[in-house]
Design a protein around this ligand. Structure first.
Ligand code: SF4
Ligand code: SF4
Length: 191
């Protein structure tokens, strides 16, 4: 990926299969109908914090610029409020596209590496998939180790207080039969 303007692109930046693969999934079908009106970006309450607006994410996805889209913080900052989706004059499921992009990034490991949201999503999913229960303390520790290990020093005093008062446990809770849950998740991934 090259930083900067998206006006000048290089052929090697384009994955021609990318738009078709997104449009083949539920929610992505109408991507081609986008008229680039910007209503989605104007309606988005967190667009000011995004590196690429929702409108640009749609444009880059249609253009096959996968690396740019995958490196963007936008899908991960999306608050799933559906404002963009209900206001889009072409009925494009912008929020659902954000979910498709997040899912693709996790599957391919192409999410922004030290950006906490995808790391948190992956740690949470892996823990629930393995044990059927989330352990807040373990997820927080894994998140910190993978993104900003020094933040553990800052969080330690409050973490210890929460453990002492029984509001957070270090142990790992489990459901009775995690294999059953794994089978359900495997079936979902195959479908
Ligand atoms: S509101 Fe809909 S048509 Fe307009 S730019 Fe956003 S996705 Fe495209
Ligand atoms: S669903 Fe996401 S992209 Fe759409 S308006 Fe809400 S925060 Fe913005």
């Amino acid at each position: 990926m090259r930083k900067g303007s998206t006006h000048c692109r290089y052929a090697e930046d384009v994955n021609p299969a990318f738009p078709a693969e997104i449009m083949a999934q539920p929610g992505g079908e109408a991507l081609r109908d986008c008229i680039q009106c910007g209503t989605c970006s104007g309606a988005c309450p967190v667009a000011v914090h995004m590196d690429l607006t929702p409108r640009r994410i749609i444009a880059l996805t249609r253009a096959g610029l996968e690396a740019d889209v995958m490196a963007s913080s936008t899908p991960w900052l999306c608050a799933s409020c559906y404002e963009c989706q209900v206001r889009c004059p072409r009925e494009i499921k912008v929020t659902d596209v954000m979910y498709l992009l997040k899912r693709r990034a996790i599957e391919k490991g192409t999410y922004p590496k030290r950006f906490p949201v995808p790391v948190l999503a992956k740690a949470f999913y892996n823990m629930v998939a393995a044990h059927g229960r989330n352990s807040e303390a373990r997820v927080v520790i894994e998140l910190a180790l993978r993104t900003n290990p020094f933040s553990l020093l800052k969080m330690a005093p409050i973490g210890l207080k929460l453990i002492k008062t029984g509001r957070m446990a270090l142990g790992q809770e489990r459901i009775k039969d995690p294999k059953q849950l794994r089978a359900v998740l495997d079936a979902m991934e195959e479908s």
